[in-house]
Design a protein around this ligand. Sequence first.
Ligand code: C2E
Ligand code: MG
Ligand code: MG
Ligand code: MG
Length: 282
Amino acid sequence: VHKAKLSRQHIEIYSHSDRDPAELFSLESDLRIAVANKDFVLYYQPKVNIQNGSVDSVEALIRWMHPERGVVSPGDFIPLAEETGLIIKLGEIALELACQQAKAWQDEGHPLRVAVNVSAMQFHQEDFVEQVLDKLRQTGLPPKLLELEITESVVMGDVERVKDTMTHLSQLGISISIDDFGTGYSSLQYLNLFPIQTLKIDRSFVQSIESRTSQAPIVSTIIAMAQTLGLEVIAEGVETEEQVDFLWKHGCNLVQGFIYFRPMPAEQVISKIIALPALTKS
Ligand code: C2E
Ligand code: MG
Ligand code: MG
Ligand code: MG
């Protein structure tokens, strides 16, 4: 078995199964078929403003509806999609589904902004801006209801090109967030060079707040830095009241995490947001 060629995720998925080793390779062919058939759905996780309990934006998180395995999480196939280049098609599918859904919500009188995760390979495509524009045109979604989440890895590389792409997107009215902020290796210079609206504090920092190896000072520093630079800041992976209190105390009003909502199918989003109890902290 050509184990060396397999990614860790690849092995993890199958290591607990009693399947024939030859089936180690079926994931890739399954994924190819799934991409061709568009066997994916988006789940949505609200971003909650803890100042007033409002939700303006939801993050779209892709799920693979596998005929035998059921719902497969992105951690189990995105790495393989990136290795095989299938991420390009997958990214297009996600963008299209998200724009359609956001447009449907807008038409129903609920204009939610939808945040779509974009991988580095996808972002660096020559015609990425045109692809995004195409989806907006096809669905009729206004650009201001679209947000793109990119990681610091996107920012590395050809700075001028990245800047041009971001500037173009931003001039269209699309907002850009830096996902998993603080976990990458990029320099901080780009924060001033690029038109970025939001920093998303990685959940590893957030979840360490109450632990013995607390990274709480990093969380408060990111919040302060965002405020100084005039950027929005949101904490991801928030699970406890204690984390919410810490974030609130340090001036981070936007929160995403299981404490309020897990990612959910589109049909549930509006009723759950409306039912959100008043969260007013002040
Ligand atoms: P991400 O963009 O950083 O998304 C946040 C992940 O954290 C999601 O996992 C979400 O379900 C999870 N999460 C949210 N709140 C909590 C919490 O309170 N506790 C814990 N433990 N986890 C929480 P998910 O949906 O499995 O997605 C994992 C990653 O897969 C995403 O990380 C993103 O990098 C990638 N991904 C998801 N959808 C897409 C997509 O359409 N395109 C691309 N390129 N990547 C995607
Ligand atoms: Mg994200
Ligand atoms: Mg993230
Ligand atoms: Mg993350």
